[in-house]
Design a protein around this ligand. Sequence first.
Ligand code: COA
Ligand code: MG
Length: 292
Amino acid sequence: MNYKSIRRSLLYVPGNSEKMITKSLGLIADSIILDLEDAVSLTEKNLARANVKNSIAKFKEKNKEVIVRINDIKTKTGILDLESIVEELPNAIIVPKADEESLHIADILLKSTEKRYDIEDFEISIIPLLETSYSIVHAYNILTSSDRISAVQFGAEDLTKELGIKRTNEGKEIEYARNVIAQAGNACKIDILDTPYTDIDDNDGLSKDILNAKNIGFTGKTCIHPSQIEIVNDIFTPKLEDVENARQLIHSFDEAVKNGKGVCMFEGKMIDNPIADRARKLVEKADQISSL
Ligand code: COA
Ligand code: MG
């Protein structure tokens, strides 16, 4: 894959707003998602495509991951989106209403455009947006239908609209879908990105919502407003004391292994391989973040 950054926060920016695109260049989101889909009205699609095309290089100059959400790839709008921006080499494309067929189409179109522009070595990755009931019950098959998938994103607004149920800040109604996506994404070893929290004035609710997702396996969250970025980054960044504790745990365990043991005690608890591996993962993530 062509990206090295960690994806804790990913900010959606409407592609038709030059002002917001310019502002997002200076924001601390790990990734920027330039939107050509729902944030852009039909009459502004051409303007949005031109803005996005002209701005991708600016994010790349700043070493910031830039992702483009295109329209449904089974429509002319979606194909025009992809064709108009692909030459600029965004790091990834978000495919909305994803299913197996849309990912096959996106994969083939990316392959052929990469060939056309001689950019085969770069490989633009795909992030399927799971936001239909079909996609929840077929999540694993969908996430394995292209080998350029680097992450999955959950879309709760479309899913609850399709189900005809109320969307709440607490999110009880989306627990099952989130769990399915977390398991399918983890089975595929890709980033697992949560739906945005749309109440931009409710930071306490946002924090709870991020924790709900993080505690079941999500690794990052999409944002819609600059004020959400720091909260998301903070929650997805391992705490210093946890990292220090993990380092000590790993040290104790490694010493025990050197002495021919398979388990040891640390702070009153039994430590074995999976627990030590979890600590190693935490330290690895913290090191990766501090090297950003
Ligand atoms: N990206 C970049 N800049 C943004 C932004 C975003 N997503 N959302 C707001 N800003 C900027 C505003 O332009 C404003 O800039 P300024 O202070 O330089 O004038 C500043 O942040 C504060 O914005 P605020 O006035 O609080 O919000 P708003 O009323 O301008 O916009 C929304 C509110 C919800 C319309 C806007 O945040 C937005 O469009 N978000 C993205 C929506 C989207 O992409 N949806 C589809 C994916 S789910
Ligand atoms: Mg949608």
